[in-house]
Design a protein around this ligand. Structure first.
Ligand code: IPM
Ligand code: MG
Length: 368
């Protein structure tokens, strides 16, 4: 098989700093595990706007369609707040998701033992937590038509449309059931069937797919507001949560914070299999561009590095190497190495972004 290709889009804010650490890890795999990647770099978000006047050029979009996987850092920043909506940094990210048809967004929320004290919730509520949110990523209110701001009489009206087809719901439900079979074999589907027709359809289709194809998996349903409450009350009741684009956006930020820091959580956005059998895929941290700390070497690179671990697992069939990387991170945290976001003010000196990367490389060396 030819060398797998990776397109790296560092983006804005802390994106380039955290991605520099991922590049070190990729180089380590090439040198020490003979796992080589054909890596190319390009611009997205505000960085692309500054050069091309658009947050994603057609050339970059075309390249993203060709490679085996895309790694993205983060997009956005206050400098771009004044831009027209159509060229805001976020539009670049949404274009990638939509045109690559990355309908299943996997957002794990795992609590590392060394960080259990760091959560705003009690330790026994989060210790050992391991849940997976599967967020529908290419439809729903993010993309539904009609949309816009129109004039009605003498006032303006803002419009967005929640819209889901049966097939859009069915395919993300299948992704969730498949994942559950490899984990705790439980899926909880979240919508608001009590107030939204799209929620009624969501519940029906998930139930139909379950009965016809995955009766061995345990399925439950929750209204998304109650789901948010249960996530805070006792998150360990969940294994896989499947939900729509907007609810998934909210619930995954809430779930992320259960684990202590948004700086820890990776994500994988997966589409249909390509000709070579690999899914179309983009990997990115759940955190944003954090402009307040950008360029200062303070950012935590772990979410971005864990996103590369997800790439090893889901795109390149290297589950053992993904586990090696995750274990190296676990070891570094257990040894007390902390970036600034992980300090609970207990007199530990924080390490810089690149020192955290170096510590993870040292732990990888020690794993050989
Ligand atoms: C996310 C982000 C994005 C979203 C933004 C940056 C467009 O919040 O990936 O969760 O809303 O999907
Ligand atoms: Mg979000």
């Amino acid at each position: 098989m030819s060398t797998p290709s990776l397109l790296i889009l560092p983006g804005d804010g802390i994106g380039p700093e955290v991605m520099a650490e991922v590049v070190k890890i990729i180089d380590w795999y090439g040198a020490k595990r003979d796992l080589k990647f054909d890596v190319s770099m390009d611009l997205v978000g505000g960085a692309a706007y500054d050069v091309h006047g658009v947050p994603l050029s057609d050339e970059t979009m075309a390249r993203a369609q060709e490679v085996d996987a895309v790694l993205l850092g983060a997009v956005g920043g206050p400098k771009y707040d004044v831009l027209d909506f159509s060229v805001k940094p976020e539009r670049g990210l949404l274009r990638l998701r939509k045109e690559m048809d990355l309908f299943a967004n996997l957002r794990p929320a795992q609590c590392f033992d060394a960080l259990a004290d760091f959560s705003s919730l009690k330790k026994d509520v989060v210790a050992g937590l391991d849940i997976m949110i599967v967020r529908e990523l290419t439809s729903g209110i993010y993309f539904g038509e009609p949309r816009g701001i129109i004039k009605e009489g003498n006032e303006r009206v803002g419009i967005n449309t929640q819209r889901y087809t049966e097939s859009e719901i069915a395919r993300v439900a299948r992704s969730a059931f498949e994942l559950a079979r490899k984990r705790g074999n439980k899926v909880c589907s979240m919508e608001k069937a009590n107030v939204m027709e799209s929620g009624i359809l969501w519940r029906d289709v998930v139930t139909e797919i379950h009965e016809a194809e995955y009766p061995d998996v345990e399925l439950s349903h929750m209204y998304a507001d109650a789901g948010a409450m249960q996530l805070c009350r006792w998150p360990k009741q969940f294994d896989v949560i499947v939900t729509d684009n907007l609810f998934g956006d909210l619930l995954s930020d809430a779930a992320a914070m259960l684990t202590g820091s948004l700086g820890m959580l990776p994500s994988a956005s997966l589409g249909a299999p390509m000709e070579n059998g690999r899914p179309k895929a983009m990997y990115e941290p759940v955190h944003g561009s954090a402009p307040d700390i950008a360029g200062q070497g303070k950012a935590n690179p772990i979410a971005c590095i864990l996103s590369f671990a997800m790439a090893l697992r889901y795109s390149f069939n290297e589950g053992d190497e993904a586990t090696r990387l995750e274990s190296a991170i676990e070891k570094v945290l257990a040894d007390g190495v902390r970036t600034a976001d992980l300090l609970a003010g207990e007199g530990v000196t924080p390490v810089s972004t690149s020192e955290m990367g170096d510590a993870i490389i040292a732990a990888l060396d020690a794993s050989l």
